[in-house]
Design a protein around this ligand. Structure first.
Ligand SMILES: Cc1cc2nc3c(=O)[nH]c(=O)nc-3n(C[C@H](O)[C@H](O)[C@H](O)COP(=O)(O)OP(=O)(O)OC[C@H]3O[C@@H](n4cnc5c(N)ncnc54)[C@H](O)[C@@H]3O)c2cc1C
Length: 451
């Protein structure tokens, strides 16, 4: 390649892409907006993953780390926190990539634009052959970099969904931002817990992250009985939110569901179903009233925690040609298999460069971002994605088209869909998220469909 491969994001998948590249002797530059490897993961450092180390280390990354001789591999059976994932794996990996003669990792380097050098979206000529240009805002100001290929592994963490049920921030949501938190506060941290102790907290969302928040708040309520929680659900019932329990192949996630069920059933938590936030209104006493589209209200809210999922940021991809699913914003070829409304979790076929390729040759969306708004992404899926993509960029189609991945039954994907169709929520009832007792899908060495 005349120019380096540019990888956007030093998260687990971006760094894995870089590891595969340097292992193959391809020059790769990783651009990370944050100050360190795993910046996004670091923001949920206190959350324990539901995957064990065995599922969280990319094979090429492991080979690089082992070869460096300075890495002590974690116990494969243990379940790290986000913080441990970053400290024990992502940071050392970024270091060995950067130490490699083929790898560079740049921090405080935010990608603000990707395009074809000298050509905007409209121009056809040269799109197949000319270099990409990547606009980067960093310590030295704004600069352009040329790239032979671009792998966008920028995740979705920086663009959480709003509280507003229309998909836009509700009127009042921005104005009252001081009482609204997006994501998963570390309730084990006394300083953070103090913000919520003895308060009326509204929690919006029903996925694994929301459940983690409920567990934390229920524990807080045991210590401070004045703490109360309104759990806002768009659906008519809790449904299968707590997932597969003992049947969940991801054991830790099954346990999370069980703990969340206990937390949600405790006296501190009130379920508020069919609640779709239309407005956030300030009360004279400074607290908030949340109003639903049907006029229902939750009053006297001190704090709101919004855990309603994430969406991809395509704003810096406006000058490249994309083929994304119109609902999910995911790579279009994946949408049918990951849509939370109608896919059976666990049947995501392993996929690689052919599914991920975009109309803009040489550009790939990978990792969490490739799933758009779908919540069921697993790191091991991403590792397989970048193994295939980098092999294809290296011209090694034999390896790029080969698949060797065992996917666990994802069991519960906690999607946002079907909130008015209780029947669709029954476990095993055709919609997504019905936990099954079937074993993992074994996919072995073979060619992808259509090969
Ligand atoms: C709370 C939580 C728990 C999870 N638990 C599991 C689990 O147990 N098992 C599992 O397999 N998966 C889990 N996941 C899902 C997934 O594996 C992780 O989200 C993983 O971090 C995704 O990796 P990524 O590299 O695609 O994105 P990210 O980790 O989000 O990394 C993207 C990086 O890109 C950077 N970036 C963003 N925009 C730009 C830009 N414009 N320019 C430059 N850099 C940019 C960000 O700062 C970030 O460092 C979990 C996710 C969450 C949120």
């Amino acid at each position: 390649m005349q120019h380096p491969l540019v990888v956007i994001g030093a998260g687990p998948i971006g760094l894995a892409a870089a590891a595969h590249a340097v292992e193959r002797g391809l020059d790769a530059v990783v651009l990370e907006a944050g100050p360190d490897a795993g910046t996004a993961v670091g923001q949920w450092a206190h959350v324990r993953l539901f995957s064990s180390w065995a599922e969280l280390v990319d094979p090429a990354a492991r080979r690089l780390l082992d070869a460096a001789g300075t890495w002590s591999a974690p116990d494969e059976r243990a379940y790290p926190t986000g913080g441990e994932w970053r400290e024990r794996y992502l940071r050392p990996l970024a270091q060995v990539v950067d130490d490699s003669p083929h790898g560079t990792v740049l921090y405080d380097a935010r990608v603000t634009g990707v395009g074809r050098a000298g050509r905007d979206l409209l121009v056809d000529s040269g799109r197949e052959s000319d270099a990409f240009v990547v606009h980067v805002q960093g310590r030295g100001g704004h600069r352009r970099m040329l790239a032979s290929a671009v792998v966008d592994a920028s995740g979705t963490w920086t663009t959480p969904n709003p509280l507003g049920a229309d998909g836009y921030p509700a009127p009042g949501e921005r104005e009252h931002a001081v009482r609204i938190t997006y994501g998963i506060p570390d309730l084990a941290d006394p300083a953070v817990a103090a913000r919520y102790a003895g308060k009326h907290v509204a929690v919006a969302g029903r996925g694994a992250s929301a459940q983690g928040v409920l567990i934390g708040l229920a524990s807080l309520a045991r210590r401070d009985s004045a703490t109360r929680v309104s759990w806002l659900l768009r659906r008519p019932s809790v449904g299968d939110a707590f997932g597969g329990g003992d049947n969940d192949q991801l054991e830790q996630r099954g346990r999370l569901g069980q703990d969340a069920r206990a937390a949600a059933g405790g006296g501190a938590v009130t379920h508020v179903t069919r609640f779709r936030t239309e407005a956030v209104v300030g009360q004279p006493d400074g607290r908030l009233t949340l109003r639903s589209v049907d006029g229902a209200e939750v009053t006297d809210v001190d704090e709101v925690i919004v855990v309603t999922g994430f969406r991809p940021d395509a704003s810096f991809l406006s000058e490249v040609r994309l083929d994304l699913d119109p609902a999910l914003g995911s790579v279009r070829a994946l949408a049918d298999q990951i849509h939370p409304d109608h896919h059976s979790c666990g049947d995501v076929a392993p996929h690689g460069h052919r599914e991920l390729t975009q109309p803009e040759p040489g550009l790939f969306l990978v990792g969490m971002k490739s799933y758009g708004r779908a919540p069921s992404f697993l790191a091991m899926t991403g590792y397989e994605q970048v193994r295939s993509v980098v092999a294809a960029l290296d011209g090694d189609l034999e390896s790029a088209d080969r698949v060797d991945l065992v996917l666990p039954e994802t069991g519960v994907c906690n999607g946002a869909g079907a909130f008015d169709a209780p029947d669709a929520l029954a476990v095993g009832g055709g919609g997504c998220c019905g936990a099954t007792a079937s074993g993992p899908e074994l996919v072995t060495l073979g060619r992808r469909a259509g090969q």
